[in-house]
Design a protein around this ligand. Structure first.
Ligand code: SAM
Length: 206
C-alpha cells in the first residue's frame, strides 16, 4: 500500500482524527509573513481544515492533493478549488504569496525532495514563504503502508542546499492531537534564495 492508497482507504477515519487539530500557532507564524488577503496554496490539503481557516481569514485559497477522497473533502469542507495532482508532477500557472504544506511533504521520497521543492518555488512569489512540517527524525521509513521522510534541522538544511530555497525559520513542536502529544515535529518556513544582483556579482568578481 502506498500513501495514496492509505488516504483513500482510511479517508473517513483520517479526516475525523485531523479536522479539529488546533494549528493556530503555525498559522500565526505563516500568515504574519503574508500580505493581508494574499494568495495561499494548500499543498496536500487533506481534510480541508487549513484551507477553511485561511479562507475564513480573508486569504485567496487554492488547494491540491493526490488522493481523490481528500480533494473531495477539501472542496466540500472549505469550498476552495482543489486539484488532484501529486507533488512530484506539480506545476501551477500562477504564483502564490504562500504555500502551506502541513504534514504532506513528509510523504515525498527523500530522493525527490529537492526537485519537488524547486517545483513549489516556481509557484511562489519572490517574497513568498513555504510552510512545511515533518516528523522529527533522520529516517526514511514505511509505517502502516505509508512512506515517511523524517527530518531534523541538519538534514533539512542539507536537503534545501540543493534547492532555490532556504530555511528562514525552523522550530520543533509536539503533536497537537492529545493522544499523540509525545510525537515531535519539525516545522519550517522556507524563503526563496535571491539571485545575485549584477553589482554583487561584480563586487565578488564572479
Ligand atoms: C498527513 S496528511 C496531511 C493533510 C493536511 N495537510 C493536514 O495537515 O491535516 C498528508 C496529505 O498529503 C497527501 N499526499 C501524500 N502524498 C502526496 C503526494 N505525493 N502529492 C500530493 N499530496 C500527497 C495525502 O493524500 C494527505 O492528504
Amino acid at each position: 500500500m502506498n500513501a495514496n492508497e492509505f488516504y483513500e482507504e482510511n479517508a473517513e477515519l483520517f479526516i475525523s482524527q485531523t479536522r479539529d487539530a488546533d494549528m493556530s500557532a503555525a498559522y500565526a507564524e505563516f500568515v504574519r509573513r503574508l500580505p493581508a488577503g494574499g494568495s495561499i496554496l494548500d499543498a496536500g490539503s487533506g481534510s480541508g481544515r487549513d484551507s477553511a481557516w485561511f479562507k475564513a481569514h480573508g486569504f485567496k485559497v487554492e488547494a491540491f492533493d493526490s488522493s481523490p477522497a481528500m480533494v473531495q473533502a477539501t472542496e466540500s469542507f472549505a469550498d476552495v478549488p482543489t486539484r488532484l495532482i501529486r507533488f512530484e508532477e506539480f506545476e501551477w500557472e500562477h504564483p502564490f504569496d504562500g504555500i502551506w504544506a502541513c504534514a504532506s511533504l513528509l510523504h515525498v521520497a527523500r530522493s525527490s525532495f529537492s526537485g519537488v521543492i524547486n517545483r513549489l518555488a516556481s509557484a511562489l512569489n519572490d517574497e513568498g514563504s513555504i510552510y512545511c512540517s515533518f516528523k522529527l527524525g533522520t529516517q526514511e521509513r514505511v509505517l502502516n503502508g505509508r512512506y515517511f521522510n523524517d527530518f531534523d534541522e541538519r538534514l533539512l538544511v542539507e536537503a534545501l542546499s540543493h534547492t532555490r530555497t532556504y530555511a528562514a525559520a525552523m522550530w520543533r513542536t509536539n503533536d497537537v492531537r492529545p493522544d499523540r502529544a509525545n510525537e515531535n515535529w519539525l516545522n519550517a518556513l522556507l524563503s526563496k534564495r535571491r539571485a545575485p544582483t549584477k553589482s554583487a556579482l561584480a563586487a565578488n568578481h564572479l
